[in-house]
Design a protein around this ligand. Structure first.
Ligand SMILES: NC(=O)C1=CN([C@@H]2O[C@H](COP(=O)(O)OP(=O)(O)OC[C@H]3O[C@@H](n4cnc5c(N)ncnc54)[C@H](OP(=O)(O)O)[C@@H]3O)[C@@H](O)[C@H]2O)C=CC1
Ligand SMILES: O=C1CO[C@H](CO)[C@@H](O)[C@@H]1O
Length: 394
């Protein structure tokens, strides 16, 4: 079959991110956006006219039009699952926003449909937008861990409180801050990136103990502050703090191993490298107050860890063109959901949760939260609220 010159793309969800992706794709050579979807007819018609594309309020009709090679799914989290499954079943490549779903059970359904459809169309691409993985600083940190520069890992401490959000952020999006509309708070939405990288760096913990505060500083029903302890096979221990309520916030990771320590903060890595294993030294040193000799080096980057969306878009297009795996295969998003859902589960049950757990367990808790919800969102004065999503990529 002759290779098409341009990849035809549809964008499903024309909110903050859908519009950003249209703007970014319109500067890329090997693709063309041919259709968009939004819930509101007036909005979609107006955007479709402005962009010179076809607008839909029925995404099934959009997928069935037969002119799409690929779609970008930029809806709220629950709809990631329904829309993705419909697209994959039609053998349309999918790039889905983070988190790939609201909970593990939905992610498992998506991964199963992908596996099933890939048997029929092996070159089908299913990728996710965890753009922080593309940034130089995080690739460097991963390399340090993977190359074993710190030796046996002992502990990490991660502060992700740099996700400050005023109440207006929750009020303008009717789905935000609710169990039914969003399915979670700071863990699922903002820290989806950091927890994806936590899995990318350290793998899946075997147990989590967490305390989440639900609507502690915002009028929302989901978590806006979390403290968690993670236990890994082999003895690594992690501590994690998340918040959408602190200003100035902190984005700091400290990884400690027998051969030293890596500290990441403010786009800078400080690497401490021990001349010998501190664990060996503990055993053989003859001085009661002896310490291990070490070197210190520093690296800094210009770009913050926020952007990178364009790199994900370009990689998705290239993966389609080459028939290869994307940089972030969407099924990997299931692991961070296991961590996210596990933290909420531990908090609700006030006990340690072993991983991996049966996804039905979390699903039942979530359904209970949705059914017993008495939360009512404050009215938003949409005209008075300024929303520029680019301000959030710190
Ligand atoms: N990778 C990243 O850095 C970022 C990723 N995201 C992710 O992108 C996704 C979309 O976020 P964002 O663009 O900020 O969201 P918005 O609320 O701005 O837009 C959501 C879009 O989905 C549509 N939609 C479908 N179902 C619903 C529903 N039940 N309630 C409300 N809207 C609905 C909206 O329709 P209509 O047009 O009619 O309003 C709109 O087009 C989320 O999954 C989020 O986590 C968000 C920010 C950054
Ligand atoms: O809160 C939001 C959703 O998460 C994004 C990160 O992916 C933020 O940038 C955005 O403002």
């Amino acid at each position: 079959m002759e290779k098409k010159a341009k990849i035809s793309i549809g964008i499903i969800g024309m909110g903050n991110m859908g519009k950003l992706y249209y703007e970014q794709l319109s500067h890329m050579e090997h693709c063309q956006v041919v259709s968009i979807w939004s819930q509101k007819e007036e909005k979609v018609n107006q955007l479709a006219e402005e962009y010179g594309v076809r607008g839909y309020t029925d995404y099934i009709a959009m997928l069935d039009a037969g002119n799409l090679d690929a779609v970008i799914v930029a809806t709220p989290h629950y709809q990631h699952t329904t829309v993705t499954i419909e697209a994959l079943r039609r053998h349309i490549h999918v790039l889905v926003e983070k988190p790939i779903a609201a909970h593990v059970k939905d992610a498992e359904r998506m991964a199963a449909v992908y596996e099933e459809q890939k048997k029929l169309k092996p070159e089908l691409v299913f990728a996710a937008i965890y753009q922080q993985r593309t940034t130089a600083q995080w690739q460097f940190i991963r390399q340090v861990v993977q190359e074993g520069k710190l030796g046996k890992l002992m502990r990490f401490a991660w502060f992700n409180t740099n996700w400050f959000r005023p109440q207006a952020y929750f009020n303008v999006g009717n789905w935000r801050g609710t169990w039914k509309g969003e399915g979670g708070g700071v863990l699922l939405n903002q820290c989806a990136h950091n927890l994806d990288m936590m899995w990318w760096l350290f793998g899946l913990p075997q147990a989590i103990t967490a305390t989440a505060a639900f609507g502690k500083y915002h009028h929302i029903e989901v978590e806006d502050e979390v403290h968690a302890v993670l236990e890994y096979p082999g003895g690594l221990m992690g501590s994690f703090v998340a918040s959408t309520s602190e200003w100035p916030g902190t984005d700091r990771l400290e990884i400690v191993g027998e051969y030293g320590k890596l500290v990441y903060e403010d786009k800078k890595v400080t690497l401490y490298q021990n001349a010998e294993s501190a664990l060996d030294y503990i055993q053989h040193a003859k001085q009661a107050f002896g310490t291990v000799k070490h070197d210190v080096s520093e690296m800094a980057w210009e770009e913050s860890a926020g952007p990178g969306h364009e790199r994900i878009l370009e990689d998705f297009l290239q993966a389609i063109a080459d028939g290869r795996e994307p940089l972030v295969p969407a099924a990997e998003g299931l692991h961070s959901l296991m961590i996210i859902n596990g933290m909420v589960l531990s908090s609700i049950r006030e006990s340690k949760v072993r991983l991996p757990f049966d996804s039905n367990e979390y699903d039942q808790e979530l359904q209970r939260l949705i059914q017993h919800s008495t939360y009512r969102k404050p009215e938003a004065d949409h005209d008075q609220v300024m929303v520029d999503v680019k301000d959030s990529f710190r």
